[in-house]
Write a protein that binds this ligand. Structure first.
Ligand SMILES: *[C@@H]1O[C@H](CO)[C@@H](O)[C@H](O)[C@H]1NC(C)=O
Ligand SMILES: *[C@@H]1O[C@H](CO)[C@@H](O)[C@H](O)[C@H]1NC(C)=O
Ligand SMILES: *[C@@H]1O[C@H](CO)[C@@H](O)[C@H](O)[C@H]1NC(C)=O
Length: 526
């Protein structure tokens, strides 16, 4: 067997820290290239903006920064969900003084002086928001046409599909949803010809904690049905998407909410949404982020939700409508660093395989430390990981199985490649261990050329895991300028039968001539 150790032109990539391979584990895997297990939505990797950005309307202007537009645009196609706790406190209050139509995308650029100012203020605003979250004291927020215009322009100019989360806490005396404010908003959006889709309510399971209002699942399903009726009366929104109920992960009374909601609301929605976080941001550790048990906890929960939905509404799409590593705004010093990539990439791999159709990452930019783009609007390691995923991983999920040497710290997922080259496959792999592992792949695949994309921290060891910088094949990733991203190029390896990875790395192997029959289909022609 020929190993890349002897043939790889960039051998330094594959050496562990002391340059030896004495402790390497061997692992043999089977790749099934003939069967597509399932196909996810082309927008599988999607992103969110938390509604807290709109608590003070001026911060919505940050979305006109050329830098954030460039970063968002590179993730297209994707959904952009606008929602979160504060969506259920937001009331549309049009100023009705006629606003100018928005200029073209190019003319929207935020002046650099204003951007600097807003970024400084945003840092202070985050402290205020955190305080509110800790005390669970939320006040009613008014927003005007400006918030909607900026949000829509951002989505549209970046090629993202906007989902707007409506306030479900506006209630009438009989406890049913009062749709009158939503109706005003829908009519405004229609008058502007804004193509978008809708949600209603965020984590209804905690309405009581946040607002002292209890809404059961069955009532919420009726409210969604009401919203669907409103949409069907609109030419523009008759065929638009409606997603919900954005409930927390399944346990306790959330299960009642899910089941009650499905009874009365399943027909109203295009996809069932739930939220998932692995850990609590306030008491988690670096070890948690690398713990295979914690990563595997997604499996049971996902299966649980899929089962419950399938029972009532077979075939209904199930999405993670909001998800990240740690709740409570993320874990400071972890959720925004290299190590967060293990939870993120594993969620994408596992989620696609288990049966989720879309996974929306909380957040693209703004609130908390789980953002993809930091408060200076610079991309963090998980942004680069998302970008690589978009460029390399297609929607068709294939099977990869470990034949021998199974190791829970090495995690593998297989998809058709996101490429026009038919038959090409991408192996997604993660090495959560500090030990070297060699993966042997079947001859059929190993005779293919391989493009390798290895992401590593810019610093070695544990310290490096908490770095906010990341290297691709040894080179630090940075934007070229505010409007230009670098070319993410792989390292071409000659055909061979072993793949090796450095410790604590995330990698994509693209087998360009694997001739996978599962990846030849007509659906792949773009
Ligand atoms: C719904 O809300 C609107 C606006 O606040 C109010 O005028 C109306 O009376 C409410 N309707 C019901 C049935 O409570
Ligand atoms: C959305 O963007 C396209 C160009 O990308 C533009 O032609 C269209 O007018 C925009 N639509 C709205 C409603 O802003
Ligand atoms: C995992 O990390 C170890 C530690 O350096 C490395 O030697 C090994 O090759 C890696 N294995 C895989 C499959 O990435």
């Amino acid at each position: 067997l020929r190993s890349f150790w002897t043939t790889c032109p960039c051998v330094s990539l594959f050496r562990d820290s002391n340059g030896t391979r004495s402790e390497s584990l061997d692992m043999t895997v089977d790749l099934d290239l003939t069967t597509m297990i399932r196909r996810v939505d082309p927008r599988f990797l999607s992103v969110t903006i938390d509604a807290s950005l709109a608590e003070e309307e001026k911060f919505m202007k940050l979305l006109s920064s050329p830098k954030i537009r460039t970063l968002a645009g590179a993730l297209s196609p994707a959904f952009l969900r606008f929602g979160g706790t504060r969506q259920d406190f937001m009331v549309f209050s049009p100023q009705s003084s006629l606003q100018d139509s928005l200029a073209s995308c190019e003319d929207l650029d935020l002046p650099p002086g204003l951007e600097k100012h807003l970024k400084e203020d945003w840092t202070l605003q985050q402290v205020v928001l955190l305080q509110e979250d800790l005390q669970r004291k939320y006040r009613r927020l008014k927003f005007t046409e400006s918030t909607v215009d900026l949000l829509h322009a951002f989505a549209n100019c970046s090629g993202l599909d906007l989902i707007f989360g409506l306030n479900a806490l506006l209630r009438s005396a009989d406890h049913s949803w009062n749709s009158s404010n939503a109706n005003v908003l829908l009519r405004y959006c229609e008058s502007r010809n804004y193509r978008m889709s809708w949600e209603l309510g965020n984590e209804p399971n905690s309405f009581e904690k946040k607002a002292g209002v209890r809404v059961d699942g069955y009532q919420l399903g009726l409210d969604f049905t009401r919203l669907r009726e409103m949409m069907s009366q609109s030419k523009l929104y008759r065929d638009a998407g409606l997603y919900g109920p954005d409930v927390g992960q399944p346990h306790g009374h959330r299960i009642d909410i899910m089941q009650g909601f499905l009874k009365s609301g399943a027909d109203a929605i295009d996809a069932f949404t739930w939220h998932h976080y692995y850990v609590n941001g306030r008491d988690t550790t670096l070890e948690d982020f690398l713990d295979p048990d914690i990563l595997d906890s997604l499996t049971l929960k996902t299966r649980d939700v899929l089962e419950k939905v399938d029972l009532v509404s077979p075939g209904k799409a199930v999405w993670l409508g909001e998800t990240s590593s740690a709740y409570g705004g993320g874990a400071v010093g972890l959720s925004d660093t290299f190590v967060a990539g293990f939870m993120w990439l594993d969620k994408l791999g596992l989620g696609a395989r288990l049966g989720l159709d879309v996974v929306m990452r909380q957040v693209l930019v703004g609130s908390g430390s789980y953002h993809l783009v930091d408060n200076n609007l610079d991309p963090l390691p998980d942004y680069w990981l998302s970008l690589l995923y978009k460029q390399l991983v297609g929607p068709e999920v294939l099977r990869v199985e470990t034949r021998s040497g199974s190791n829970r710290r090495v995690r593998l997922y297989l998809h058709c490649s996101h490429t026009q080259r038919p038959g090409s496959v991408t192996l997604v792999s993660m090495n959560l261990s500090g030990r070297s592992v060699r993966i042997s792949i079947p001859v059929l695949v190993s005779s293919s050329s391989v493009d390798v994309f290895v992401l590593q921290s810019d610093a070695p060891g544990k310290e490096g895991l908490c770095s906010r910088s990341v290297k691709l094949n040894g080179e630090l990733l940075n934007m070229v300028d505010d409007k230009t991203l670098p070319d993410l190029r792989g390292a071409r390896l000659p055909p061979g039968q072993h793949l090796e990875l450095p410790a604590f790395s995330l990698a994509f192997f693209v087998f360009t001539d694997a001739r996978a029959t599962a990846c030849q289909g007509r659906g792949r022609l773009r």
